[in-house]
Design a protein around this ligand. Structure first.
Ligand code: HDE
Length: 711
């Protein structure tokens, strides 16, 4: 019923565009009312068009320039507005007002993205996800431009263009799109031991999230907090999703890319529209400046994380996304983030990757948005009024009055004045810096494998298997055998068992490398050449495994109800009410879009047909009760599709509920004949019902039964 209402609402909206305000007439960009928007001006009805047709030319010229260059990385994105609320003051560590006053609410705009693919590429690529937040604070905009993975591939900004060139489609034939499974990426990686920790994350299920709402966010680099007294602490930023961190299976990801390449974008949009607002706990790991050198890794090295066992994450705030953009281009496309958009109380560390970023982001906006006035685009405007002597430039919006555009001045009464520190004037940390001018890397960056090991060893068995399979998939797409061999050689430094399992499927023998990067001259700094492992304090970290994530909610999960005429209305309504009470969503899937007549005569409007969607778009399936319905679902026209739904959901470790009288479907599917105690398969036989099903949906998947389900 709901979907019918939605349809009507949509029609109303469409109609309202033409009828809502009769006084709103079509005009040119100069405000001239247009009398005919159907035909161009011609010399005779069948004659050539006239050059003087300024209305046609304005319309087409604007159209010709509708596209702007897409982001060089993170081109594909989805954004939303929201609010950041502080629940616990960090005043002890930082003078940033939005982190000091308990209860304070700061408006935000968040943009999630994939990295490698172009703007029109699929959401479900195996990739890192960007997690960029613009906080519109009263002290100016603060941007936290992070990722869903807490470390990065490289240690120094110098290598970023190389990394991105390697992962992007190959330059001769522009293949493959939004995929790292190709020669140039793995060629680069095979020669970059420092990337191995990140590779473990990127090959894990973190790189194929179920939803943008179910990913963690990390600031990645160490930043600095500065308090009122000038005391300095290092800080790592974390966002932990209240729905838990969940992912799809790789087979599923590939299929979603075909069925709905906007899967994440749509999921975020629909969750917000339905009032299921995505939420994250915001937390910080705070480290006193004097402890900087007390770790078995360098805090400035972006290929390292700070294990939560060493420094716990203090949860201090909540990030909630509660409003979709009104216009994708104006907001999500034109939003311009920059790690250098700071507020007093937060500063950079000397992480050499972060330092390079500080230059890059303004530069890229200049070519992407085309003007130094990108801060005047509504989505980028600070809520604190901007006063300065910058003037002019492309597309200037602000009309500044008066003669003065310099400082100091008397003519303008000295305005605008510099702000004292007590007025919130920004000052950088007074840091003593001395050193030889040198193009080199610190020896303290030299351990490339310990944390790769930490991550791999912290995974559950199914997670480890997924990493192995991802590596096998990726490397099997690499054409040059030597590259595969070298990567396997790198893996051997992480875990011999991992290297051997991958090698076996590639038909290789493991050869441990001696000098991983032979392309770097021998007199270059040794830090980038070899790895000297340290003995890390933490060998297993629970926070790194998704096994330990939140699994007690079905909120915003999408459950597909498969049904046909004669279905048991009562059973459907009972389960649907229970699920919706817990904020899950129910979608009806039927052989056609014609309303389904239930056994009590009521009509149910399907949202999908069996053929316009697929089980990969749902978190769980309910095969609705009713003998007649089952008969129709198993007729020759529907049988294959229905069984495919069930078999795929089974393969992808989802919860499946076989309602009463659906035995024939159960028996014809792959679920049958398994001797297992599978908690996520609900049948009337195993005496389980609605409540067990809902519990199973909340668990997300039974990954531990994956082998059994696929055997
Ligand atoms: Fe970015 N990055 N990046 N990056 N990055 C961009 O800026 C760059 C890095 C990240 O939704 C670009 O506006 C360099 C790390 C996100 O609009 C560009 C280096 C992390 C987004 C750029 C890095 C990120 C970007 C492209 C190495 C995680 C999307 C368009 C020195 C902490 C923001 C743009 C959005 C975007 C440069 C490394 C995150 C070209 C040079 C590490 C989330 O300026």
């Amino acid at each position: 019923m709901k979907s019918k209402e939605n349809q009507n609402e949509k029609l109303d909206q469409l109609n309202s565009l033409s009828t809502s305000n009769e006084n709103e007439k079509l005009t040119t960009n100069q405000g001239l009312k247009i009398n005919n928007n159907q035909d161009s001006l011609k010399s005779g009805e069948r004659g050539p068009s006239l050059l003087e047709d300024f209305i046609l030319r304005e319309k087409i010229t604007h159209f010709d320039h509708e596209r702007i260059p897409e982001r060089i990385v993170h081109a594909r994105g989805s954004g939303a507005h929201g609010v950041f609320k502080l629940n616990k003051s960090l005043e002890k560590y930082t003078k940033a007002k939005f982190l000091s006053e308990v209860g304070k609410e700061t408006p935000v705009f968040v943009r999630f993205s994939t990295v490698a693919g172009s703007k029109g590429s699929t959401d479900l690529a195996r990739d890192v996800r960007g997690f960029a937040i613009k906080f519109y604070t009263e002290e100016g905009n603060y941007d936290l431009v992070g990722n869903n993975i807490p470390v990065f591939f490289i240690q120094d900004a110098m290598k970023f263009p190389d990394l991105i060139h390697a992962v992007k489609p190959e330059p001769d034939n522009e293949i493959p799109q939004a995929a790292s499974a190709h020669d140039t990426f793995w060629d680069f990686i095979s020669l970059m031991p420092e990337s191995m920790h990140m590779i473990m994350w990127a090959m894990s299920d973190r790189a194929i999230p179920r939803s943008l709402r179910m990913m963690e966010g990390f600031g990645v680099h160490s930043f600095k907090f500065i308090n009122d007294e000038g005391a300095v602490h290092f800080v790592k930023f974390h966002f932990k999703p209240k729905l838990g961190v969940h992912s799809v299976a790789w087979d599923e990801a590939q299929k979603i890319s075909g069925v709905d390449s906007d899967f994440h974008k749509r999921d975020l949009w629909e969750a917000i529209e339905s009032g299921n607002f995505p939420e994250w706990d915001f937390g910080v790991q705070v480290i006193p400046e004097e402890d900087e050198n007390n770790f078995d890794f360098d805090l400035l090295d972006p290929t390292k994380l700070v294990p939560e066992e060493l420094v716990p994450v203090q949860i201090v705030g909540t990030l909630t996304l509660n409003r979709n953009p009104d216009n994708f281009f104006a907001e999500t496309e034109q939003v311009a983030f920059h790690p250098g958009h700071l507020v007093p109380g937060i500063d950079f560390s000397n992480d050499p990757l972060l330092q390079g970023r500080l230059f890059s982001y303004t530069d890229t906006q200049l070519s992407r948005l085309g003007s130094p006035n990108f801060h005047e685009i509504p989505i980028n405007r600070s809520i604190n009024t901007v006063h300065n002597n910058q003037r002019d430039g492309h597309m200037r919006q602000q009309i500044v009055k008066g003669k003065v555009s310099y400082e100091p001045n008397s003519i303008g009464g000295g305005c605008p004045f510099q702000a004292m520190m007590k007025d919130g004037g920004f000052t950088s940390q007074e840091e003593r810096v001395s050193g030889t001018k040198i193009r080199a890397r610190s020896e303290s960056f030299v351990d490339h494998y310990s944390q790769a090991k930490l991550f791999y060893n912290s995974q559950s068995n199914p997670e480890k298997e997924h990493i192995q399979k991802a590596l096998i998939f990726e490397l099997s797409k690499v054409d040059i055998p030597e590259i595969r061999e070298k990567v396997v050689g790198q893996l051997a430094f992480i875990e011999m068992d991992l290297a051997e399992k991958v090698a076996e499927k590639l038909g290789l023998k493991v050869k441990k490398l001696k000098e991983p990067n032979q392309s770097i001259p021998a007199d270059a700094n040794p830090a980038s050449l070899q790895s000297k492992e340290r003995d890390p304090k933490v060998k297993i970290s629970e926070a790194l495994s998704m096994k330990n994530t939140v699994k007690d909610t079905v909120a915003s999960r999408v459950i597909g109800f498969i049904l046909a005429n004669g279905v048991d209305a009562n059973a459907i309504n009972t389960l649907k009410t229970k699920l919706e009470k817990q904020k899950a969503r129910v979608d009806f899937i039927a052989p056609s879009l014609a309303p389904v007549k239930a056994n009590d005569g009521s009509l149910i409007t399907p949202k999908h047909t069996l053929t316009n969607t697929s089980s990969v778009c749902f978190d769980a399936l309910y095969i609705c009760s009713g003998e007649k319905s089952v008969k129709e679902l198993l007729n020759p026209e529907n049988k294959y599709t229905v069984l495919n739904f069930v078999n795929e959901a089974y393969k992808h470790c989802k919860a499946i509920y076989f309602g009463a009288e659906t035995d024939a479907i159960y028996k014809a599917s792959n679920v049958n004949n398994k001797k297992h105690e599978d908690p996520a398969i609900i049948t009337s036989d195993n005496k389980k019902g609605d409540d067990e099903f809902i519990k199973a949906v909340a668990q997300h998947r039974v990954w531990e039964l994956e082998k059994e389900r696929n055997s």
